[in-house]
Write a protein that binds this ligand. Structure first.
Ligand SMILES: NC(=O)c1ccc[n+]([C@@H]2O[C@H](COP(=O)([O-])OP(=O)(O)OC[C@H]3O[C@@H](n4cnc5c(N)ncnc54)[C@H](OP(=O)(O)O)[C@@H]3O)[C@@H](O)[C@H]2O)c1
Length: 295
């Protein structure tokens, strides 16, 4: 391990172009204790606890991150708790804040639909939107109704009993976290009122898988533009969104967590040796909140 750390560190730290990077060892997914810092790093020091979203290295022991991706996790949270949040929190932030444009002020009183509320993304999105004063509707199966109510959801649809499209109307924001429901979510939005649809389950990858990189990309672009235009004609905004590393967002989320407004939702913790088992559980799509890999 030490060798890996040294070789990574020396390699990256010698490179002036990325001198603001930090070498970190991941104790859990994107939670880390800093082992080395590049010469341009000013906000963190060796030994600091940090959390960060990363594009890769989720199950690696050591990873190099940009200083701007990192922030200090909530003081009271354990390493496992801190490790459970950055990836899903930054997925939500990129969608609802960076794309849909919600802020603590503008979210107040807005009606938002968050499907898959018991999943990692949904369980954080519900808590963030409730902390910012929005009115949240979510969709789950029977066994998760109590969980999402505890997280603060105002309207809970049990998908095994009810079709949400019959119940949810005139919403301001639809955050799509589940394939196959785009049309129904769009129908639940207000028209002519700047409502926003933002999806993290876009057809981009499927199109590339099916038609190859170039053609799939072109088809995705065309489809996206068609949807943007047709929704604009109805007075709505339409977005596709992807997780983005963002240390400033994590600093704000840590502050909310310190107040108790955000709680970690963890299904199970696996040691690295049981990574395959963790993936098998993830593939069941029946996970409540997050699975954490502890290294
Ligand atoms: N674009 C990005 O950057 C990005 C980043 C992260 C994740 N994602 C995507 O976002 C989606 C959500 O991810 P996640 O990690 O939060 O959760 P997940 O593991 O996909 O969702 C778990 C929850 O989904 C619900 N579920 C299972 N089967 C369902 C079905 N057939 N219909 C509706 N709900 C079902 C279950 O709750 P109930 O039984 O209560 O319904 C379960 O608790 C995934 O598709 C993931 O790939 C995208």
């Amino acid at each position: 391990m030490y060798t890996l750390k040294k070789s990574l560190g020396q390699h990256f730290l010698r490179d002036e172009n990325i001198s603001r990077k930090i070498v970190a060892t991941l104790r859990q997914r994107p939670f880390a204790q800093l082992l080395e810092v590049g010469p341009g790093v000013s906000r963190f020091a060796v030994g600091d606890r940090v959390w960060a979203g990363t594009f890769s290295g989720g199950s690696a022991e050591y990873v190099v991150i940009q200083e701007s991706w990192a922030a200090r996790p909530p003081h009271e949270w354990s390493d496992v708790e801190a490790g459970s949040l950055p990836y899903v929190a930054l997925t939500v932030w990129a969608a609802l804040v960076d794309q849909a444009g919600l802020t603590p002020e503008s979210a107040r009183g807005k009606k938002i639909i968050i499907p898959r509320g018991a999943g990692g993304v949904g369980s954080f999105a519900i808590q963030l939107m409730k902390a910012w004063g929005a009115e949240v509707a979510t969709i789950v199966s029977t066994g998760n109704v109590d969980l999402v109510r505890r997280l603060g959801a105002d309207t809970v649809i049990d998908r095994t009993q009810q079709d949400f499209s019959e119940v949810l109307h005139d919403y301001d924001v639809a955050f799509n976290t589940s394939f196959g429901i785009e049309e129904a979510l769009l129908d639940a939005l207000k028209t002519g009122a700047d409502a926003a649809y933002v999806s993290i389950v876009t057809p981009k990858m499927q199109l590339m898988d099916k038609h190859g990189l170039e053609k799939g990309q072109a088809m995705g672009k065309e489809l996206f533009q068609k949807m943007v235009d047709s929704q604009r004609a109805l007075g709505r905004r339409y977005y596709w969104s992807f997780m983005q590393p963002n240390g400033d967002a994590l600093a704000q989320i840590a502050q909310l967590a310190e107040t108790g407004a955000i709680q970690p939702v963890i299904d199970r913790v696996f040691p690295l040796e049981k990574l395959a088992e963790a993936h098998e559980l993830s593939d069941t799509k029946q996970v409540q909140g997050k699975i954490v890999i502890q290294i």
